[in-house]
Design a protein around this ligand. Structure first.
Ligand code: HEC
Length: 115
């Protein structure tokens, strides 16, 4: 690659980085309550665990299970201490322990049966 091109790329990257709007922390860091974050996180669980964590399939339901049980399972997935798990270790690693406890608390408050 000709030198001027390398120089040009360097300047372009520098100028873009400098003029781009400064990175803003995610809403998670902007004072959104942990409870609201937990609800948002819980939406992503619905695809497999059913709406409100209530599903009748091979994937276990979450709704109404005690918070300490759900927290312990999620943290164990995160630490790779549940053998034969498939997707949950990868999912649990995407969240902090605090978020996992909050999402566990969210599912614990939901009724296990549809009302
Ligand atoms: C891609 C599908 C998928 C998504 C999305 C998903 N799960 Fe799971 N979940 C599973 C499967 C499959 C299992 C069984 C363990 C395994 O194979 O990893 C499981 C197991 C669990 C268990 C253990 C339940 C029990 O009683 O043994 C908990 C707790 C759990 N998931 C919570 C969550 C939470 C919270 C989320 C959202 C942050 C979530 N899962 C998102 C598929 C999913």
């Amino acid at each position: 690659m000709p030198r001027f091109l390398i120089f040009f790329l360097f300047v372009a990257v520098f100028v873009t980085a400098w003029t781009a709007p400064h990175w803003k922390p995610s809403p998670a860091d902007q004072g959104v309550s942990l409870e609201k974050r937990a609800k948002a996180i819980a939406q992503s669980c619905a695809a497999c665990h059913g709406t409100d964590g209530r599903f009748h399939s091979e994937i276990p339901s979450l709704a109404g299970k005690p918070e300490p049980v759900l927290s312990a399972l999620l943290i164990a997935y995160r630490n790779d201490s549940i053998p034969n798990a498939t997707v949950m270790p990868r999912i649990a690693k995407g969240y902090t322990e605090e978020e996992l406890r909050a999402v566990a608390a969210h599912f614990a408050t939901l009724s296990a049966t549809e009302e």
